[in-house]
Write a protein that binds this ligand. Structure first.
Ligand code: FAD
Ligand code: NAD
Length: 478
């Protein structure tokens, strides 16, 4: 493996922001010999988000779904520089990114700048709160490893506090009320995992909570999982009913305090009513919002004046209004859902595109040199030989330039819904297969296992599943 990162003045500097699905797929594909590659991210690992909901209950240990970025980079042909830092501002005119070390330990320099010739933005999104009062202060989110650890701690804290001596019944009920806001896949998967935890382990380990532990899923729209087919929505709703998870549809949260949420409920007759719902644990999963660094760049570019949900990009993922900035994943708006599947394909596309661009540039340089040699050539034979070489390079160049615009290929949607059941809308040949149930769950498990980043991750996840089956989840509060 390469040891030293020495920027080559002959090569362009490519700065990649983020170590998520988009950026890491790009890093996997790109031939790092062609550029001076610099990666900036506050997270020095890749996180396999599809299994994050399982970390909230300890079914899977969080380190099993993390892959150190250093391990990914050390396998690249040419060395890549990694800075564990947050990009705080992108100055498009100056072509620099300002970065800041936000970790606990700081050296003499904690803020600096990184110049770029080419920039890829893969910083993902942050949690949407829609400015609803109290959400940030009182909710747990579910996006990062720290969030899952926080939820795991709080579940057990609520339970142990509910078991505190002389606790009133009303307070016990509140503490054991686990409320999830947002009926998208994150909310549904978390609710399913939490109910599993209760059914498989908590009920046995702490039987005194069994009559009061309750999971409620709150959703503003008339049903959960709007991206799935009607049949699978019905299947999810009936499974939740069996599991005793309450779905509160047409219920829009308006305010959050440390002990209750206030929601506007739409009644069957269309009338609206404000309701107070006490909770012990509140998990907020209402989707994505634009990160500050992205919003700031949007403000610098007149072409982004109409963008709201992220950076508008063209069919080659070039950020509109720029010629040397690309965006992938949740921070880019390319008319696809913000999913790992999309981010991964976009990143891989950019990897191929950059490899092709580098090859084209190298061929063009060679052609220039050949033309110069041709002009200076003395004999007929030499001229003909150079002419043949030029034709060959031109042919290679034509073939090389044929990379088409980005096209997303949807493999399907898959979500775990608890009780060893999953739902799947899979695109198969030209048709669609909608399926739910235990077989789908086994498919879900094997699909996610095979999608894990490395063999190491696969072995760790498999071991965690076996461990939980044999010994139950660990209920100690860290
Ligand atoms: P991310 O993967 O979020 O990565 C963003 C990266 O940017 C991170 O490394 C972050 O640390 C870094 N970063 C943040 N701010 C900065 C900054 N200022 N400067 C530099 N770097 C920064 N999708 C699916 O298709 N299937 C699923 O099953 C699925 N399950 C999910 C489960 C959960 C719980 C969640 C939260 C999401 C799930 N998703 C799933 C969605 C999927 O995770 C996202 O769409 C995907 O992560 C987007 O990839 P990304 O590269 O844009 O961003
Ligand atoms: P989402 O945007 O898919 O769903 C959020 C839900 O919250 C919406 O249904 C919305 O109506 C609801 N909501 C918003 N404000 C509300 C309020 N005030 N009160 C009540 N409900 C409210 O968000 P998500 O589930 O976090 O998913 C984000 C992205 O990640 C999506 O693109 C999703 O497809 C993807 N993802 C996929 C999977 C999977 O494929 N298994 C798992 C997790 C996330």
């Amino acid at each position: 493996p390469p040891e030293q990162f020495t920027p080559d003045p002959e090569k362009k500097t490519l700065v990649i922001l983020g170590t998520g699905w988009g950026s890491v797929s790009l890093l996997k594909k790109i031939d790092t010999e062609n550029y001076n590659v610099v990666v900036v991210s506050p997270r020095n690992y890749f996180l396999f988000t599809p299994l994050l909901p399982s970390c909230t209950t300890g079914l899977i240990e969080h380190r099993s779904i993390m892959e150190p970025i250093r391990n990914i980079l050390r396998h690249k042909k040419a060395s890549v520089k990694f800075y564990e830092a947050e990009a705080t501002k992108i100055d498009y005119e100056k072509r620099v990114v300002y970065i800041s070390d936000d970790s606990e330990i700081k050296g003499d320099i904690a803020h600096t700048e990184v110049p770029f010739d080419m920039l890829v933005i893969g910083v993902g999104a942050e949690n949407a709160t829609f400015g609803i009062p109290g959400v940030r202060e009182n909710s747990c989110f579910l996006k990062e490893v720290g969030d899952a650890q926080n939820i795991r701690r709080r579940i057990m804290d609520c339970i142990e506090t509910a078991c505190f001596k002389d606790q009133t019944e009303e307070e016990v009920k509140r503490l054991l009320h686990m409320v999830v806001v947002g009926g998208g896949p994150t909310g549904v998967e978390f609710a399913g995992e939490l109910q599993d935890f209760f059914n498989d382990d908590l009920k046995k380990w702490i039987p005194e909570i069994k009559d009061n532990f309750h999971v409620t899923l709150v959703e503003a729209l008339p049903n959960v999982l709007p991206m799935f087919s009607k049949q699978l929505i019905d299947y999810t709703e009936s499974t939740f009913k069996e599991e005793a998870i309450t779905i509160r549809a047409k219920t829009m949260v308006k305010k959050v305090t440390d002990k209750y949420i206030q929601a506007e409920v739409t009644k069957p007759d269309g009338s609206k009513e404000l309701e107070t719902i006490p909770y012990g644990l509140l998990v907020w999963a209402t989707g994505n919002a634009v990160r500050n660094v992205v919003r700031d760049l949007m403000n610098q570019l007149p072409a982004q004046a109409n963008s709201r949900r992220g950076l508008a990009v063209n069919e080659y993922l070039v950020v509109n209004g720029t010629e040397n900035v690309w965006a992938v994943g949740d921070c880019a708006i390319a008319n696809y859902a913000p999913t790992a599947q999309v981010a991964g394909q976009e990143g891989a596309f950019l990897g191929r595109l950059f490899n092709t661009m580098a090859k084209a540039e190298a061929l063009e340089k060679e052609l220039e040199k050949l033309s110069e040699r041709q002009a200076l050539a003395k004999g007929e034979e030499e001229r003909n030989q150079i002419f043949d070489e030029i034709r060959e390079r031109q042919k290679q160049l034509r073939r090389n330039k044929q990379i088409g615009p980005f096209q997303y290929s949807h493999q399907g949607s898959l979500a775990y819904i608890g009780k060893e059941r999953a739902v799947a809308d899979i695109s198969w040949l030209s048709g669609n297969i909608a399926s739910g149930g235990t077989m789908t769950y086994l498919f879900w498990r094997s699909a996610y296992l095979s999608m894990c980043f490395s063999t190491r991750n696969r072995v760790l996840v498999l071991t965690d599943w076996v461990k939980a089956k044999l010994f139950g989840r660990d209920v100690s509060r860290e």
